[in-house]
Design a protein around this ligand. Structure first.
Ligand SMILES: Cc1cc2nc3c(=O)[nH]c(=O)nc-3n(C[C@H](O)[C@H](O)[C@H](O)COP(=O)(O)OP(=O)(O)OC[C@H]3O[C@@H](n4cnc5c(N)ncnc54)[C@H](O)[C@@H]3O)c2cc1C
Length: 310
C-alpha cells in the first residue's frame, strides 16, 4: 500500500519482514514494506532450504517468491530497490526517509534488516572483491565453472556452498580456521562423498593476485607452515554481522555483538520500534525462526498502534 501516512513501516523483506507483512495486513494495518535490494533477503540466496516444515526441499529464491505472492494476496507489495535511508522519532510516531528521498510517516516501525556477511579483513580481500572474491556462491558461483575455487568457512553456509560449487568447479578446497567443521552432521556425510579438499585448523592469510584472484595464502595453525592454494574464485562464509545502522540511529540498545535487544514482544528499548529476525539479539539465524519472530513482532506492533494510538 503506497501512501505517506501509514500505521506500520516494515524495513526489510526477508523471512521476518514478509511474515510480519502478512500478519499486519490481516489485522488491517496500513503497512508498507521497504526493501533496499531484492525481495526475500538471505533466504533467497540459499541454494536449497531443506529444513522449513512442509516444504521438504525447495530453492530459497523460489520459496521467497511464494511468500511474496502470498503477501500480495493481502494487498501488500514489497517495494524492492526502495531502501530506508533514515528513521527518526517525529511527534507521536516516526518519520522515514527512503533512499529515493520520499518522506513517510508511520505510527510504528519494524526493523527486519537482517545481517550481512562478515569480511575477514585480510590483505587483498577488499581490493579483489568482484574480481574473484565473493560472499555469495549462489550468485557468482557459475562464473567459476571448470575453474579452481576456495571456500572459507566450515559452517552450514560454507559447507553447503562448497558442496554445490564442487559439482561445477575443477577443484574445490574448503578452509576452516578451527580444528573441526561447525556444520550440521547431515552435511558431513555429503562432504565425505564429495571431491572437496578440506583444510581444517587453517588460517587464511592473504588473497593473492593483482587484477584478479590467483590464489589464497594460508597457514596450518598446527605446524605453522604457510602455503599457497591456487584459485580463480574465493567465497567467504565466516559469519554474519547485523545491519543495525537504523537501530543505532534510533537509539535502540544493542548487545555486545551489535544485535538489537528486544523484550518478550519484540519491542526494542525505543517505544514503538520493533525488531525481528536475524537482526534481533539471540536469533537462531534460520528462516523458520525469522518467520515466527516477524509474526510476533507484527502482532505486538498492532497492539501498540491500536492501544496507544502510537
Ligand atoms: C547462504 C545461506 C543459506 C541459508 N540456508 C538456510 C537454510 O537452509 N535454512 C534456514 O532456515 N535458514 C537458512 N539461512 C538463514 C536464513 O536465510 C536467515 O535466517 C533469514 O534470511 C533471516 O531473515 P531476516 O528476515 O531476519 O533477514 P534477511 O533475510 O537478512 O533480510 C533482511 C532484508 O533487509 C533488507 N535491508 C537491510 N537494510 C535495509 C534498509 N535500510 N532498507 C530497506 N531494506 C533493508 C536487506 O536487503 C534484506 O533483504 C541461510 C542463509 C544464507 C546466507
Amino acid at each position: 500500500m503506497a501512501g505517506s501516512e501509514i500505521d506500520l513501516a516494515i524495513i526489510g523483506s526477508g523471512a521476518a519482514g514478509i511474515t510480519a507483512g502478512i500478519y499486519a495486513a490481516r489485522r488491517n494495518l496500513r503497512v508498507r514494506i521497504f526493501e533496499r535490494e531484492a525481495l526475500g533477503g538471505q533466504s533467497a540466496l540459499a541454494i536449497w532450504i531443506e529444513n522449513y516444515p512442509g516444504t521438504k526441499k525447495m530453492k530459497g529464491a523460489e520459496m521467497m517468491e511464494q511468500w511474496a505472492s502470498h503477501l500480495k494476496e493481502f494487498g501488500v507489495e514489497i517495494e524492492e530497490a526502495n531502501g530506508v535511508e533514515s528513521v527518526k522519532k517525529a511527534g507521536q510516531g516516526f518519520e522515514i526517509v527512503t533512499d529515493g528521498k520520499e518522506k513517510v510517516k508511520a505510527k510504528a516501525v519494524l526493523l527486519a534488516t537482517g545481517t550481512e556477511n562478515k569480511h575477514l579483513g585480510i590483505p587483498g580481500e577488499e581490493e579483489l572483491y568482484g574480481k574473484g572474491i565473493s560472499y555469495c556462491a549462489n550468485c557468482d558461483g557459475p562464473m567459476f565453472k571448470g575453474r579452481k575455487v576456495v571456500i572459507i568457512g566450515g559452517g552450514n553456509s560454507g559447507v553447503t556452498n562448497a558442496l554445490w560449487v564442487s559439482e561445477i568447479a575443477s577443484e574445490t578446497t574448503l578452509v576452516e580456521f578451527l580444528p573441526e567443521l561447525n556444520c550440521e552432521e547431515v552435511y558431513l556425510a555429503d562432504l565425505e562423498k564429495s571431491p572437496i579438499k578440506v583444510l581444517k585448523n587453517t588460517q587464511a592469510l592473504e588473497v593473492l593476485g593483482k587484477e584478479k584472484v590467483k590464489g589464497l595464502k594460508v597457514k596450518d595453525r598446527g605446524s605453522g607452515k604457510e602455503k599457497e592454494i591456487p584459485a580463480d574464485g574465493i567465497f567467504i562464509y565466516v559469519g554474519l554481522e547485523p545491519r543495525n545502522e537504523l537501530a543505532k540511529a534510533l537509539g535502540c540498545e544493542l548487545d555486545e555483538k551489535g544485535f538489537v535487544k528486544t523484550d518478550g514482544k519484540n519491542e526494542t528499548t525505543v517505544s514503538g520500534v520493533f525488531a525481528a529476525g536475524d537482526l534481533g539479539s539471540g536469533a537462531l539465524a534460520q528462516t523458520v525462526w525469522a518467520a515466527g519472530d516477524g509474526a510476533k513482532a507484527a502482532l505486538a506492533a498492532y497492539d501498540c498502534v491500536r492501544k496507544t494510538g502510537n
